[in-house]
Design a binder for this molecule. Structure first.
Ligand code: KG4
Ligand code: ZN
Length: 351
């Protein structure tokens, strides 16, 4: 069973983890959210600088507690795409330098492959084939998984990602950043049925709708109109009811289309991963939806929903077990499709 050191710096969390197969030996995350909150979103230049400052300490911390040295490892991995270019470079350069120094294989991992692999950290991991609803700050996708590295996208958002919608609506409601946890906290005491909000369907040019795709821009506009109308009354905004109604419609639409996709495609299990998978209303509705339709379900453990390096380590272990590793000259890419994740392990490197 391979043991790898994995590093993740694609956005605003610096993270390092030691993973042996699908067991996390150690995992540490240094979040920068407090700093970015002042600006209402991630400032790329600040993110890169903080990664440079935080990463060495995180690596030291997890190695020190493990009783292992870098010489004991079978590989060193880093997220190399997609993400903020300057931020990705920090983990990439660090991992490649350590790999070179200690003569270990280097593995460049796709961030979304990492999120998919977070499901393997569940007590009872899913068996392929299964459908994954991947909901994060940058992506909302339905991905069919037929085995490690075999991914087919069956659905996606045509505009904002679900997490992005949470972040933008939280800003509209003055609830702060990141929006997901802020909306969830405000929604806890709210009436989720008070406001009727649109589910956002995506039209097909030839008529009808894409059954497994999402759109959150209309919902965002509906929230803005609702808030403006309420403000005009001069009364304080009913924040809890607004947050709960918004959270409810997002969760409903995600669950409904995911379940339909799993059923139509004959996939017996639906898996939930990504930062928005930390949302308790979404977790509860997905469980309920699957139960009603006779589907099995798996939820990424709460600790591994938002960005972390343990999930990158699991993906790296799977790739190592297949006999793959990346070229040491592999760079980073701000955008790169999940379906092309295997090319990150190709020689020569794709970028
Ligand atoms: O996966 P992630 O950490 O980073 C990306 O790869 O994008 O996801 C971050 C996103 C943010 O948009 C954040 O608002 C959202 O996940 N999020 C949540 C919750 N916790 C984080 N959304 C809804 N409910 C939550 N509890
Ligand atoms: Zn992520």
């Amino acid at each position: 069973m391979p043991t790898v050191l994995a590093l993740e710096t694609s956005c605003d969390e610096s993270a390092a983890a030691l993973v042996r197969d699908c067991t996390v030996l150690a995992s540490a995350v240094a979040s920068q959210v407090d700093e970015h909150a002042r600006w209402g979103g991630v400032v790329p230049e600040i993110a890169s600088r903080r990664h440079v400052e935080a990463l060495p300490g995180l690596i030291e911390q997890i190695m020190d507690g493990s009783g292992l040295t870098l010489a004991d490892l079978d590989g060193i991995a880093a997220t190399v795409a997609p993400g903020l270019a300057g931020a990705l470079l920090v983990a990439s350069v660090t991992a490649r330098t350590l790999a070179r120094l200690h003569d270990k294989p280097f593995l460049g991992i796709h961030h979304l492959e990492g999120h998919l692999c977070s499901a393997q950290l569940e007590m009872d991991p899913p068996c392929p084939p299964y459908l994954v609803l991947l909901v994060s700050g940058g992506h909302t996708e339905l991905v069919r998984v037929d085995g490690p590295g075999h991914y087919t996208r069956l659905g996606r958002s045509h505009d904002d990602a679900a997490g992005e919608a949470f972040d933008k609506v939280a800003r509209l409601l003055g609830l702060g950043y990141p929006g997901g946890p802020a909306i969830a906290a405000a929604a806890a005491t709210g009436n989720a049925q008070r406001f009727v909000l649109p589910q956002g369907k995506v039209s097909r040019p030839q008529g009808g709708y894409y059954p497994y795709d999402f759109s959150f821009s209309g919902l965002k506009t509906a929230m803005l109109r609702q808030v403006r109308a309420l403000e005009a009354t001069g009364e304080p905004l009913p924040l809890a009811d607004l947050a709960a109604s918004f959270e409810q419609v997002v969760a409903e639409v995600l669950v409904e289309r995911s379940c339909r996709c799993a059923q139509d495609q004959g996939l017996p299990t639906l898996v939930l991963v990504g930062g928005v998978a930390a949302n308790r209303r979404l977790r509860a509705l997905l469980e309920q939806g699957c139960q009603q339709r006779g589907l099995q379900w798996r939820l990424a453990p709460l600790a591994y929903c938002t960005d972390n390096a343990a999930m990158i380590g699991v993906a790296a272990c799977q790739r190592l077990a297949q006999g793959s590793s990346s070229a040491i000259e592999l760079g980073i890419a701000a955008r790169w499709p999940l379906e092309a994740a295997a090319q990150l392990l190709a020689n020569p490197a794709p970028f």
